[in-house]
Ligand binder design. Structure first.
Ligand code: KIV
Length: 260
């Protein structure tokens, strides 16, 4: 099982594999097959059909993280701190401590670079492991007016490099780089000593993360450019459900084989 130290030591080595999970069932399938499981607040969208991540609450994240930890006993689990739960140092420390006490999560994840460095520092200096998250940050979707690919001009590239450095200096052990132009993500990766985990940021980061329901094709109408579908999950379920329904309606299930 990975630890903060082994993850830090993965810099520039075999890429880290991270995937999201929101429940014990899928976490148990992913257990030991990935380096890190992220209980992302993306669950608000993929599991809860909300338009963005912003209304995920601490209670929701704790509930799902407990379930994931129960299913993935031998994998490093990270819990996303939801929007509005780390506005200042005191609040962040109280809420991150609650996550540590009530779940088995090994770390929390926080969105933000320079502007959140003091929050990350408040947690890391109180023995809470923090994964940073810069670039396209879904919790900023309303204030920024949409999801925008980052690193398209010199000013933004400079900001991203400052963000990465600030997160590293605040003590984060690892950094998610989301929705950043591939060549800029490569530069960010070179500029810090902690591993970067990319999503929609090209191949030159120290690891990759995907949202499981995207990677396995469970959301039929959601297929952004950066997502590769490793399974046609929705179709498989629909076909299986159709067979089950037909067999029930035609009295072909249950046969004697399935009765007491
Ligand atoms: O919430 C989430 O799943 C995430 C990943 C996309 C990195 O933050």
């Amino acid at each position: 099982m990975q630890t903060v130290t082994s993850i830090k030591n993965s810099k520039s080595k075999i890429p880290l594999v991270m995937i999201t999970a929101y429940d014990a069932l899928f976490a148990s399938l992913f257990d030991k097959n990935v380096d890190i499981i992220l209980v992302g607040d993306s669950l608000n969208m993929s599991f809860n059909a909300k338009p963005d991540t912003l209304c995920a609450t601490l209670e929701i994240m704790i509930y799902h993280t407990k379930a994931v930890c129960a299913g993935a006993k031998e994998t490093f689990v990270v819990c996303d701190m939801p929007f509005g739960t780390y506005t200042d140092e005191k609040m962040a420390l109280k809420n991150a401590t609650k996550i540590y006490k009530e779940t088995g999560a090994s770390a929390v994840k926080i969105e933000g670079g320079v502007q959140r460095a003091h929050i990350i520092k408040a947690l890391t200096s109180n023995s809470i492991a923090v994964m940073g998250h810069i670039g396209l940050m879904p919790q900023f979707v309303r204030s920024e007016g949409g999801y925008k690919i980052r690193g398209k001009n010199d000013e933004d590239i400079e900001q991203l490099l400052l963000d990465a450095k600030a997160v590293e200096e605040a003590g984060a052990f690892c950094l998610v780089v989301e929705g950043v132009k591939a060549e800029v993500a490569k530069e960010i990766t070179k500029s810090v000593n902690i591993p970067t985990i990319g999503i929609g940021s090209g191949a030159d980061t120290d690891g990759q993360v995907l949202v499981w329901s995207d990677a396995f094709g469970f959301l039929k109408d959601f297929k952004p450019k950066f997502v590769k579908r490793y399974l046609d999950g929705a179709k498989l379920i629909e076909n299986a459900l159709q067979r089950y329904a037909n067999e029930v309606k035609n009295r072909n299930f249950p046969t004697k084989e399935y009765q007491y």
